[in-house]
Design a protein around this ligand. Structure first.
Ligand code: ADE
Length: 244
């Protein structure tokens, strides 16, 4: 059983439309949709925003739905100049950029775990699935949507991600994050908390993040338009190849 999480309904809608034999379970103000997606047994859920919501949802999936793998899919803001709106980041290491329990623990260190980041499962297959999606991009994404965001040919990067309970929309904040966590290439609000729980329960996990904005002055507008229109079609295209 594979658990698939997004933070928002919009990010998971295309997957929900494709889900077969759906059974729904309501728990803790969330709806868990079990069924088959491209012939795999999956549970889909949107966690709501932030580290607390996504950690709670991950724990519920592990304990009540017996998942043996978790995939998080959603959008992120780029903090690396090589990334454009529409590119895909497959997570490598997940950091909590707003975690600082110094002087008791070093900045970013997760208390007790003695770790500053958590590593995802081997990403080779997911990167290949994403490249395959990019080659067949027009089968999944409306040309009009691509034009709206100036997307020509998206690319995939395998890199580090920083999560925190903040929507980032300022160049100063990006500069600060680039200085503190120089290997991270995008920001979001859930990946590292999903990662921490998966590490603690020994469940392999992956993080797929589609760039919706550049975490700058325009981030609020870009994020809303992108998440509402095309984000979940990316997830559909990538997971179709991943599950094949
Ligand atoms: N998710 C998508 N864009 C984001 C941003 N700019 N900051 C935090 N989370 C995001």
């Amino acid at each position: 059983m594979i658990g698939i999480i997004s933070a928002m309904q919009e990010e998971i809608q295309a997957l929900l439309n494709e889900l077969q034999h759906t059974k729904t379970t309501e728990k803790g103000m969330r709806t868990y949709y079990s069924g088959t997606l491209f012939n795999k047994n999956v549970v889909l859920v949107f966690s709501r925003w932030g580290k607390v919501a996504s950690a709670a949802t991950t724990t519920q999936l592990i304990n009540d739905f017996n998942v043996d793998e978790i995939i998080f899919t959603g959008v992120a803001g780029a903090i690396n100049n090589n990334l454009n709106i529409g590119d895909v980041v497959i997570g490598k290491h997940l950091f909590q950029h707003d975690l600082n329990a110094s002087p008791f623990y070093k900045q970013f260190e997760i208390p007790i775990l003695k770790k500053k980041f958590v590593e995802t499962k081997d990403a080779t297959k997911l990167i290949e699935a994403t490249n395959q999606f990019i080659r067949t991009y027009n089968d999944f994404i409306d040309l009009k949507d691509s034009k709206d965001f100036d997307i020509t040919i998206p690319k995939v990067m395998h890199g580090d991600i920083a999560s925190g309970d903040q929507f980032i929309s300022s160049i100063d904040k990006i500069k600060h994050l680039n200085f503190l966590l120089p290997t991270t290439i995008c920001v979001e609000m859930e990946g590292a908390s999903v990662a921490q729980i998966c590490f603690e329960y020994d469940i392999p996990f992956s993080i797929i993040r589609i760039i919706s904005d550049k975490a700058n002055d325009n981030a609020t507008i870009d994020f809303s338009r992108f998440a509402n229109s095309i984000a979940s079609n990316y997830a559909l295209g990538i997971l179709k190849n991943y599950f094949a």
